[in-house]
Design a protein around this ligand. Sequence first.
Ligand SMILES: [Zn+2]
Length: 344
Amino acid sequence: MDTATLTDDDRWRIALAKDRRYDGQFVTGVHSTGIYCRPSCAARPPLRRNVRFYASPAEAEAAGLRACLRCKPADVARDEAAVRAAIEEIRSHDDAPSLAELAALTGYSASHFQRIFTRITGLSPAAYARALREERARAALSGAARVNDAIYDAGYSGPGRFYKAMEGKMGMAPSAWRSGGRGETIRWAVAPTTLGPMLVAATARGVCRLSFGEGRAELEARFPNAELVEGGAEFEALLADVVASVESPGDFLHIPLDVQGTAFQERCWQALRAIPPGETRTYAEIAAAAGNPKAVRAAGSANARNNVAVLIPCHRVIRTGGDLGGYAYGLEIKRELLKRESGR
Ligand SMILES: [Zn+2]
């Protein structure tokens, strides 16, 4: 849900659901008791008629309310500032600072700091540092002369730890990634569909590219060193499955994918796959579902980095207010996909 367009009914539903992703977005004022709370306050729900919503603790206090002692709504801004400071600290060091060091920096106890960091970012400080290293490794790999240089540039202590951290994440060994798919066999075909010619390509692990209006040349540019093999008996079965899911949208979550993204991008892609067919979401909602409601821009770029159209349904993201927004393969295809999914 885009917080800029929340109605009071939305806020009430959020408060009843005690949805902590909205902590800091507004506060719930309870005029019968004279207190205000975070949306996620664990206290018993007040009666709707006693509730008014305020954009900030300051506004609630101006209306004569006091901060709830249980959920401490006025601390949200302080928590966020502490988390921001910690993130800067992590980003500016090759070696991740310890939890104790981060906690000391922010003035919280280690356990309390771990809790608020995880609540706000969706990751523990250690997992955040790990994800950051992976992201830097990917950025470096695309330009680095040698894989090992990239590994050390990214702040890993050695190749062993790097490969371990990458396991099950990229779906390709780092050397194959850097050299455009070297060592990979990618099977592919262009299938005619009612949406136009559709390129489907897959490694042994799953679909690595689905796009419209592309062919061998585009695939080669993306994976210049992979062995591209057109068709093949086993691939035909997968291809038929993919085409069917495009022609009559339904269940395609069983189709295996081979995708590579940062930890956050992968969570965004999972969030896209969780949208029921026939429904749409905004970038803000995807960011929230991926565990970081503030990372709206990053959710947008995760959408843009999606290699596998339709099966990672980035077409289900529209602008706040209902505008269709953009689509890599043209709005006509996006509109048609949404129309099919809504059954109209
Ligand atoms: Zn409270």
